[in-house]
Design a protein around this ligand. Structure first.
Ligand SMILES: [Zn+2]
Length: 436
């Protein structure tokens, strides 16, 4: 306990020395976030207690309505963007602020209203235990949504939202995006096309890391065929190796030849035999086969994650080459489906990181470095990465996301909101680079 107090004193001292580096206006912004802190947590409690599982359209809309009111109160114009009814998704909340001639960077701030916890989940309520708040979506990412709102609120209250354009996009189906993707992500992409920089507030990976890159995600389906025959004839000229040996050859070669940095590929399910059925939408299969019959068909379903478009293309070429070198009397084919494009580690993303790094140091919170993209899944920012510079991982600190133990760490909530406010402030005041 003693040590802990000592630690806090050091932090406070350090903060007060470093805080000198913030301008007068910035100090005012930081103080406003502090003043609003209790109110922010109360609002978080209110929205966590409303179930907004992706398929609970009414719940998602309800959380959206609350945010809509809040953003209206700080000068934004909220619009609910519906998606076609057959997609069975709630739609998205898009709130825009335009205050005169834009002088700095145009920002897109990304959050999501839905959670993975549907109405039938036992995990439904906000529960504070000491410095931790447990609750569905508290970290992924209602906490991050609250950071966006309260960062902007502090800027609004200090009169710093002038000559700027900011679009807040809270999607209603991040956890289970509606299909087709180009329709479900249209509102987000349209907003990005009118912006310079996207900031996404998915869970933070500590105070000293932010995300400049996220890997793509996609799936592949491999099918092999062999000749159905009596097992005693396997390997002879007429029968060949059978579908299962061909499938195992391919997977083995993937395992040996493909590995490289930032690439993963995971065969998740395999079925093989004489009669094979595999339903990709259900991820379920049926199979019949006998030990004395050479296998006729096999199906493998897997995923693939890459850091860059180039890595995707190269890997797909390599996988297809391996698939094409069939064992005797077999054939094989592979299909790919890309769901999330990559957010590539561009110089532009690093330049946004640099602004955050400077703020963190000015606040006495140490350096901010780029988080290892192989440790992070895909996110909504990936869809806009090709149009804007971006940074992700600006949300709350916590853990256990997608499990009934999901929590948010209250200890750094205020600091994360303060640095978000300053990041927005510095970016909207950052003049466009002079193009000579
Ligand atoms: Zn999320």
């Amino acid at each position: 306990m003693k040590n802990r107090h000592f630690f806090f004193i050091i932090i406070i001292l350090n903060f007060s020395i470093q805080a000198q580096k913030l301008s007068k206006t910035e100090k005012r912004i930081v103080n406003l976030v502090e003043t609003n802190d209790k109110e922010a947590i109360l609002l978080l409690e209110k929205i966590v207690n409303i179930n907004s599982g992706t398929l609970n359209l009414e719940g998602v809309k309800k959380v959206g309505d609350i945010f809509s009111e809040e953003f209206k109160n700080i000068g934004f114009s909220p619009v609910w963007k519906e998606v076609p009814a057959e997609m069975n998704r709630a739609g998205h909340l898009i709130c825009e602020l335009n205050t005169g001639k834009v002088l700095g960077k145009k920002l897109l701030l990304i959050g999501h209203l839905d959670t993975v916890f549907e109405k039938d989940s036992p995990f439904q309520t906000f529960n504070r235990e000491g410095n931790r708040i447990f609750g569905p979506g508290v970290d992924d990412m209602k906490g991050g949504d609250i950071i966006i709102l309260y960062a902007l609120k502090a800027l609004y209250q200090s009169g710093e939202l002038k000559n700027t354009q900011i679009i807040v996009a809270f999607t209603g189906d991040e956890e289970k995006a509606g299909e087709p993707i180009d329709i479900s992500r249209k509102a987000l992409i349209d907003a990005a096309k009118r912006s310079n920089i996207a900031l996404a507030f998915e869970g933070a990976t500590g105070l000293n890391y932010a995300t400049v890159a996220r890997r793509s995600s996609g799936s592949w389906l491999l099918e092999t065929k062999g000749i159905r025959a009596h097992s005693s004839g396997i390997f002879n000229d007429k029968v060949g190796a059978g579908a299962i040996f061909e499938m195992s050859r391919i997977l083995n070669e993937f395992y040996i030849k493909l590995p490289e940095q930032n690439l993963t590929f995971n065969p998740a399910t395999v079925v093989g035999g004489t009669m094979v059925d595999f339903d990709t939408s259900q991820a379920k299969g049926n199979v019949f086969g006998k030990t004395n019959i050479v296998s006729q068909k096999s199906v493998v379903a897997g995923d693939i994650r890459c850091l860059t478009e180039k890595q995707i293309q190269n890997t797909v070429v390599k996988m297809k080459e391996i698939v094409a070198k069939n064992l005797p009397k077999t054939s094989a084919s592979i299909k790919f489906e890309l769901t999330y494009p990559p957010m590539q580690p561009t110089p532009g993303n690093y330049s946004v990181l640099k602004v955050l790094d400077k703020i963190s140091q000015d606040m006495g919170q140490g350096e901010v470095k780029a988080f290892d993209p192989s440790k992070r899944g895909a996110g909504d920012i990936s869809f806009v990465a090709e149009y804007v510079d971006g940074l992700d991982g600006l949300g709350t600190m916590g853990g256990g996301s997608h499990t009934p133990k999901e929590y948010m760490d209250l200890e750094h909530f205020k600091e994360l909101t303060q640095r978000a406010a300053l990041l927005i402030y510095r970016l909207i005041n950052e003049k466009e680079d002079l193009k000579l």
